[in-house]
Design a protein. Structure first.
Length: 296
């Protein structure tokens, strides 16, 4: 029977990161997988089924919330990709320290924004023996050009500048909604699939529909795809949705072409959020197969 335990560990700045640890049946030490969610997501946004699938195949699984989100401490509702990557290294170290874990067989699974983190970590942390990058962010700049119409860019840039000036005056970082269908409400996402995903039922208090404005600027500056050809020789699996309009299918496919062996591409029908729902079986089985091949 799979056990799920609440855990916490300390990152830089005495920030406590919290999450779930899934322990498989049988004596250890076991191979392990570290997981985290994408942009402004928490572990309750559909990650437990993936973790359960991995644990059922004999892996210890750590799922942590990024700082400032869910159960973790830190500046609230603020997404800094490089801070999240640094914290994730600490998660790897935490896994290495557990007696149930074989430190020579640790893999990483990241999705969406964290799919970009998976590429960066795969290229820069050789403790990892296998990486899965699902529907990954590849280029914040190019994604931004697809999602923000040209006539709206000047106003967006001015909102970044106004936020900076306000912080100099001592004001808190300004915020916007993560999802909203109201065009009068500034929001990161407006599609119905994004609204349905982020607003799915969750326990009270684990998520807020709010993110800092400076998170948007950081996202538009984030270019994890440039690390794609540096992941090798660590094995890389990319799971790409064929109708992804969020992280954009063609950007992911181009990044896969730049990556070096060993690598594998698994394409699935549907859009950005389908790996968690209608295409879960295909997305999860591809990851299980990859981790079993390279960790077990």
């Amino acid at each position: 029977m799979i056990q799920r335990k609440d855990v916490q560990f300390e990152a830089d700045g005495a920030v406590q990161l919290r999450g779930w640890l899934f322990l498989p049946d049988g004596p250890g030490p076991h191979p392990a997988i570290t997981m985290a969610h994408g942009y402004a997501g928490v572990k309750e946004h559909g990650l437990e089924p993936f973790a359960q699938a991995f644990a059922e195949n004999g892996f210890v699984v750590l799922v942590h919330d990024h700082r400032g989100f869910g159960g973790s401490d830190g500046a609230q509702q603020d997404v800094d990709p490089w801070r999240q990557i640094a914290d994730w290294r600490r998660a790897i170290s935490f896994l290495e320290s557990l007696p149930e874990v074989d430190p020579e067989r640790i893999g990483l699974w990241g999705t969406s924004y964290a799919g970009g983190h998976a590429i960066v970590l795969g290229a820069t942390d050789r403790r990892l023996r296998a990486v899965v990058s699902q529907v990954p962010t590849i280029s914040g700049f190019d994604q931004g050009r697809r999602r923000v119409v040209p006539e709206a860019v000047a106003a967006l840039e001015e909102s970044f500048s106004e936020d900076e000036r306000a912080q100099l005056r001592g004001e808190a970082p300004r915020t916007l909604a993560i999802v909203s269908s109201d065009p009068a409400v500034p929001a990161s996402y407006r599609t119905q699939e994004a609204i349905d995903f982020y607003l799915q039922p969750k326990p009270d208090g684990v998520w807020e529909n709010e993110v800092t404005v400076r998170s948007t600027r950081a996202a538009r500056m984030y270019e994890p795809g440039i690390w794609a050809d540096r992941v090798s020789p660590t094995p890389l699996l990319m799971v790409v949705a064929l109708n992804d309009t969020v992280t954009v299918t063609d950007l992911a496919l181009a990044a896969y072409e730049r990556a070096l062996e060993p690598k594998r591409l698994r394409t699935i029908p549907g859009g950005h959020f389908d790996p968690y729902t209608t295409q879960f079986d295909k997305a999860s089985s591809a990851a299980v197969e990859w981790f079993r091949e390279h960790l077990a």
